[in-house]
Design a protein around this ligand. Structure first.
Ligand code: PEP
Ligand code: MN
Length: 337
């Protein structure tokens, strides 16, 4: 249920929040430009008791949200959420490009990549320090040293950075370094991990699982938000289908569909979606036109020598050229980097 306030006075809002909590619900305050809403979330069975709150002074109306995701629902917040990632912004009329290597491999590799992605217009650096690999024998990441290098490169080029969190135990350490915490496709429904990043004080990049439906992604976002962290960005990165020519199948319709259903920003990762560097550019450009709020792109100075995901990584000159094309398309959709 959402309780739409007729007043924006702190005391009136606090009064309604207290009544909601008395009824055994958790109250989440959603303050938009146009209206202030108190979302009451909890056991659906007693929701009709919440309807009685309509008689309270300063309450405009009490309306049910029929979809299972409540806080992520656009009905709870009609205007777009804008997520700040350090100095960068995801959502609104800004287009956010997050770029960098799949894995942080060395200082030299990361610095060279960060310099180019910054100069080309990316506003967030990406890089894996803790890698969720299919094989336990594959490179698992530089771990804490990787975080340290990301911090150094980020500092040097004025780029906030996003990096993946693989277990709940890693959250306190990674939160100290990173500007944004990434939940990878393999962990989209790792509910313990979602709750842990939901308690963190950093924004979260939530990737769509390779087998997640749109509804399931939104329920995963709801897990994070229900713990108090409403700074969530969704990422379409392809789903698994019968097609084997591409690593995954990019579901571009997820972008307008998600944006219709949720106020959260939506970005696209054409690198993991396609698995082929030469398909990254066309899909990145299609994502801009489909209404995405940003992109996540893997870039490597020497893709042939990459420890992970070389075949889908753009070289530095290819990334630079793609950003020039994206800039032109952004004019068409009325956004800026
Ligand atoms: C990544 O972005 O580093 C990654 C592992 O991607 P995904 O979780 O989408 O496979
Ligand atoms: Mn990768």
């Amino acid at each position: 249920m959402i309780i739409v306030m007729a007043s924006r006075d702190r005391k009136d809002i606090e009064y309604v929040v207290a009544r909601v909590e008395e009824l055994g619900y958790k109250a989440h305050l959603i303050e938009g430009v146009e209206r202030t809403v108190v979302a009451a979330v909890g056991d659906e069975r007693g929701k009709f008791r919440l309807q009685s709150l309509e008689s309270l002074p300063h309450v405009e109306k009490v309306v049910p949200i029929l979809k299972p995701f409540k806080l992520a629902n656009r009905e709870a917040r009609p205007e777009d959420t804008i997520v700040k990632v350090g100095s960068a912004q995801v959502g609104g009329n800004r287009f956010c490009v997050m770029a960098g290597p799949c894995s942080v491999e060395s200082r030299e590799q990361l610095i060279e990549t960060a310099e180019t992605v910054k100069a080309s217009g990316a506003t967030v650096l990406r890089g894996g320090a803790f890698k969720p690999r299919t094989s336990p024998y594959a490179f698992q990441g530089l771990e804490k040293e990787g975080l340290r290098l990301l911090e150094e490169a980020g500092h040097q080029f004025g780029l906030p950075f996003v990096t993946e969190v693989v277990t709940p135990e890693q959250v306190p350490l990674i939160e100290q370094y990173a500007d944004m915490l990434q939940i990878g496709a393999r962990n989209t429904q790792n509910f313990g991990l979602l709750k842990a990043v939901g308690k963190a004080k950093k924004p979260v990049l939530l990737k769509r699982g390779m087998m997640s439906t749109i509804n399931e992604v939104l329920m995963s976002a709801e897990y994070i938000m229900s713990e108090g962290n409403n700074q969530v960005v969704l990422c379409e990165r392809g789903i698994r289908t019968f097609e084997t020519e591409t690593r995954n199948t990019l579901d571009l319709s997820a972008v307008p569909l998600l944006k219709k259903q949720t106020h959260l920003p939506v970005i696209v990762d054409p690198s993991h979606a396609t698995g082929h560097w030469d398909l990254v550019g066309p899909m990145a450009k299609a994502a801009v036109v489909a209404g995405a709020d940003g992109l996540m792109i893997e870039v490597h100075p020497k893709p042939a020598e990459a420890f992970s995901d070389g075949p889908q990584s753009l070289t530095l000159p290819h990334f630079r050229a793609l950003m020039d094309e994206i800039r032109k398309l952004l004019e068409y959709v009325g956004k800026t980097l």
